[in-house]
Design a protein around this ligand. Sequence first.
Ligand code: C2E
Ligand code: MG
Ligand code: MG
Ligand code: MG
Length: 296
Amino acid sequence: AAKSKGAGRTALFTAAMHAEAVRRFEIETDLRAAIEDEAFELHYQPIVTLADRAVVAFEALLRWRRADGRLEMPDAFIPAAEKNGLIVAIGTWVLREACRTAARWRAQLGGRHFHLSVNIAPQQFQQPNFTDQLCAILLETGADPRNICLELTESAAMVNPAHAAATVARLRQLGLRVSVDDFGTGYSALAHLQHMPVDTLKIDRSFITAQQAGNADWAIVGAMTQLAEALQLNVVVEGIESDYQLGELERMGCGYGQGWLFGRPMAEADAYRMIAASADGTRAEGAGPADGADQS
Ligand code: C2E
Ligand code: MG
Ligand code: MG
Ligand code: MG
């Protein structure tokens, strides 16, 4: 009986593994087709000054338009793309598309400054030809490097800190901005931060979910803000949804914010209208326009 039970378990386990392998194979096949068909879209979420809600930047966020019209969010396919290596090709598409947008906005905004932030996967950042490829895309699209900000995670920098620091220094020399995304969620950020010539820390939204004063999370956000100040870095706080959060963050002297309170990720045309209006003195209010998937 024990033996047959064990065999049954093995069969179940194997079936589960098989299903997982099939699922992975399917998503890989679909992702390859999506790269081929350019079935990806970038949506843009505003980044504002907390003091007066002026829209100064946007973060480009990737979505995958399925054949049936559904929008797939990054958490549903980026982990798989990181496992099968397709993230490098997808990331190249993202960079090119964001640079095209930046070049168009720059031409239309008549010299007014803005930043467009692009998420860079660790694997993409570690490609030996990453900087050369980026330069080629800047040339090809006509984007000004001063309009582009690259968002790196701590783990991208941790594999080979010396190499990462040298790459970041080169990017800065080219005029790009570099920020540390999801700051505070990775390992040993502090030790390496002083050697990493980034210019912005993006504080992860998991630190601002506390809804009451006195919570330890607010002390952590305060400490991170002071650290950024000491290192002369900008701070962008992610995931601001409420006036209460905004009030706490303003009190701490955080410079910039991003979140549903100021605007959801939106189509390029809506984002452009928002930044163009902000140039005329309009401020970001409420969640603003958004597509179906970003509404939820
Ligand atoms: P992230 O870079 O930290 O981006 C911020 C995420 O927080 C976005 O989720 C955004 O929609 C969401 N968010 C913004 N404000 C709020 C808010 O007030 N409340 C809540 N609950 N969420 C908010 P999204 O678009 O689903 O992206 C998730 C992650 O996927 C990103 O996190 C980033 O790590 C990754 N990602 C997105 N686009 C790309 C890309 O082009 N390349 C790579 N490698 N990763 C990407
Ligand atoms: Mg990001
Ligand atoms: Mg982030
Ligand atoms: Mg985050």
